[in-house]
Design a protein around this ligand. Structure first.
Ligand code: NA7
Length: 530
């Protein structure tokens, strides 16, 4: 039997939960939400590797829409671990009575748009079929589409292996084990120090060294939370008008317009404070001016040399790409971990991994016996979660075909040929502090749906011309910055055969947010309403 609702929301993480709440409780719509996990949490439901935490300060890694919620919730520290982030989302689900409209353990397998009655038919892996006017994806950019490189011999490995993004919820006992970690992105950098504490011996297989700023998780004082809670109105005002969704701006100066002494003072202060502010809260030109950027890159290279005792190991850990040409990372004792006697760093650039054997990993020049192998090898970002669902728009258009040159979305919200499909943080939206980006999208989508209903409109979709222009703008924005100079998951380069295209808009979040609002106020400029 097909059930009719106003809207189907896919996913019950930060995005899906708030979308459900907005549509059901503010707009009075009937909503069904489907979630593959057994509970709410999204990425924080799945991403349970040792040391998994948010990289944004928790006081802004949360919803801002309810002042009471902000006052009543207490975080245990500056960057909570995955379980605590899940607990927060569980609390949100209970507080707004959201669970009654969420079907758990259920994966949406297909969605097809029927132009004649402007409705979506949504099918799940349990065989349920639902008809809805609106389809909203809150499927995240990463969680479900883990990338495990195709290294010969994995099937023969006699030990355990796990991807960081699908870590067993009951944990993995690493005591007395020889553990190998492949990958040193955000996940690798977070899990390596914690695994080193637990395992008998840790071997890290490094292909691309990373810059990373100390998180300073423990750095908060007694008045930290009361001060934050008292200041929330201003914190959100600043965050929502900022470049990255954080309540700080750059200092307004160019790195080379100040003396070397002043520059170093700025870097040292931000290094001591810790966190992503080092990237976004220092000089205004680090992201796009090579000479300015070099001052920060060199500062961080020197820090690595200070933190790592063995000079040869330190040199292997020093990146040659510019800082901020990859997603900035924060860590807790990552570099210091290489000073431990029970940790071995294997640089796979001169001698790549050639195979996984029954007993370990073999590189071009050595074999490393292992009991447990950890793939911190990332995700098929954005397209992975979308392509896992057979989504068909008008006249059977598929996302796989429409996005064969790379995923696109007008303002990251909608894509042509897929009327009434709204993507929360879809391709072409800003990255930055995600809960803040998500809230902006959810509110925009809810206002848009309200507009359609109040004006007797059946559908909205991106105008192909507007989408094309936005996609070009996204590419230009990346090309003018450090981020456009290096391959990574941000341009699809991490997955063999994946189209190369920048999946996020590296423009100013506050201005982007205003642009989305302005577009709506001008009658949804760049969208086609019917
Ligand atoms: P990332 O940032 O994509 O990192 C994946 C890491 O895995 C990276 O160091 C890769 O090296 C490495 N990798 C991938 N394949 C291989 C092979 N075959 N051999 C050796 N090393 C390999 O994923 P994360 O999970 O850390 O982070 C993803 C995002 O999640 C993060 O930015 C946050 O937004 C949350 P490479 O750099 O490709 O040389």
């Amino acid at each position: 039997m097909t059930r009719d609702v106003d809207a189907v929301v896919i996913g019950a993480g930060f995005a899906g939960l708030y979308m459900l709440h907005k549509l059901r409780d503010d707009l009075g719509l009937t909503v069904r939400t489907f979630e593959a996990g057994s509970s709410v949490g999204g990425v924080w439901y799945w991403n349970r590797y040792p040391g998994a935490r948010c990289d944004s300060d928790a006081f802004v890694y949360c919803y801002s829409f309810d002042k009471d919620l902000l006052q009543e919730w207490n975080w245990s520290g500056r960057y909570p671990q995955a379980a605590e982030l899940s607990a927060y989302l569980e609390h949100v689900a209970d507080r707004y009575d959201l669970r009654r409209d969420i079907t758990f353990d259920t994966y949406v397998t297909a969605a097809e748009y029927d132009d004649a009655d402007a409705r979506w038919t949504v099918t799940t892996d349990s065989g349920e079929v639902v008809s809805s006017r609106y389809l909203i994806t809150g499927i995240g950019q990463l969680a479900i589409s883990r990338f495990v490189p195709d290294i010969p011999g994995l099937d023969s490995f006699q030990g355990e292996w796990h991807h960081t993004g699908a870590w067993p919820r009951e944990g993995v006992d690493l005591a007395g084990k020889r553990v190998g970690v492949i990958g040193t992105g955000s996940s690798g950098v977070q899990c390596i120090p914690v695994i080193a504490e637990q395992a008998e011996h840790l071997t890290v297989f490094l292909r691309t060294p990373q810059y990373s700023v100390p998180a300073r998780h423990e750095s908060i004082g007694e008045n930290y939370w009361p001060d934050i809670k008292a200041d929330y109105d201003d914190i959100w005002r600043r965050a929502k008008t900022s470049a990255g969704g954080f309540p700080w701006q750059h200092n307004g100066k160019r790195a080379l317009e100040v003396s070397e002494e002043e520059r170093l003072r700025v870097y040292e202060e931000l290094w001591a404070e810790g966190g992503l502010k080092f990237a976004l809260g220092s000089f205004r030109d680090l992201a796009y001016d090579s000479c300015a950027n070099k001052t920060a890159s060199d500062f961080m290279r020197d820090k690595i040399r200070e933190m790592v005792d063995d000079p040869e190991t330190a040199e292997k850990l020093i990146p040659d790409h510019p800082f901020m040409s990859r997603r900035p990372i924060v860590d807790t004792h990552y570099f210091e971990t290489y000073n431990r006697d029970d940790v071995t760093l294997v640089d796979v650039r001169p001698a790549p991994i050639v195979e996984i054997t029954p007993t370990g990993v073999r590189t071009a020049d050595a074999e490393y016996p292992l009991d447990v192998l950890v793939f911190a090898t990332g995700f098929d970002a954005v397209t992975g979660p979308f392509f896992n669902i057979d989504i068909r728009g008008r006249d059977g258009a598929t996302l796989t075909e429409n996005w064969d040159a790379g995923p696109t979305g007008y303002l990251g919200l909608q894509t042509a040929d897929f009327p009434n499909l709204f993507m929360i943080t879809g391709p072409g939206s800003t990255l930055g502090n995600l809960p803040t980006t998500i809230e902006s999208h959810v509110e925009w989508i809810a206002d848009c749906i309200d507009h359609l209903r109040c004006n007797g409109l059946r559908s909205i979709e991106a105008d192909p011309e507007a989408e094309k222009a936005w996609t070009e703008h996204v590419a230009d924005m990346a090309a003018g910055q450090m981020i456009g100079r290096v391959d990574s998951w941000l341009n699809g380069a991490n997955v063999p055969g994946k189209a190369r295209a920048y999946i996020f808009y590296f423009g100013h979040f506050g201005r982007y947010r205003q642009q989305c609002k302005d577009v709506a106020e001008r009658g949804y400029e760049g969208f086609i309403l019917r």
